[in-house]
Design a binder for this molecule. Sequence first.
Ligand code: GLP
Length: 265
Amino acid sequence: MEIHIVTDAAEGAQAVADVFARTLRETAGDGTVLGLATGSSPVPAYTELIRRHREEGLSFAGARAFLLDEYVGLPAGHEQSYHRFIRENFTSHIDIEDAAVLSPDGAAADPTAEAAAYDRRIGEAGGVDLQILGIGSNGHIAFNEPGSSLASRTRVVGLTRRTIADNARFFENAEDVPVRALSQGLGTIRDARRIVLTATGEGKAEAVAQLAEGAISARWPATSLQLHPDVTVVVDEAAASRLELADYYRYARSLEQTGTVAAHS
Ligand code: GLP
């Protein structure tokens, strides 16, 4: 796991966008498959990617995308659906076909069957080349709440009270927040060939410390990413504030970038 501690959201957005650009370059012509996340954390990176598309010609032509999750009960057109969120914040501003941006159908009559079909569709597309992730304050990724099997696949999950409270800010009333979601599983997410996770702010500090340095456990679902060989974690100083090995990560990064040993404690 490569930990990249940045000074602000703008530097973080550059770092995440660089991982996208590298993956698009490496998979050019092969129909890149992107794994997209909602939530506020990835938005600065999406904004930077839109800028690079408009100003620097970064192209997503031929790419396909799979969203991580969707609320059960919200139809695609609902203003709080993740289907809509990703279009408004990212995909309708770049050159990816709208029909190539897929998400689980929150309004499916049989959500369990929809979950299994969605998992299969990702495999049939050849798997995800790059998955972007945020992290919940309780260590969830997508909607894999504490207690999720580390081998879980896409399924229907119940949201914790804490997640419902965290997400209530997007809804008019807390009672309007759906209590279940369709979510890619931890095993599904780890099938992606490359992962970039981004987090900012003190509220994520404990989850980030567990993610990078905690014991692998269903208690903190993001720790399952320690088993993946290609994960970059982009965090600001506040989100990094509980990392015991922060100085080492800074040192390792400067060593990798400059080939020289920077001062560190
Ligand atoms: C939701 C999403 C997650 C996201 C998390 C954090 O629960 N299902 O994918 O990572 O929120 O959101 P934010 O980035 O807004 O803090």
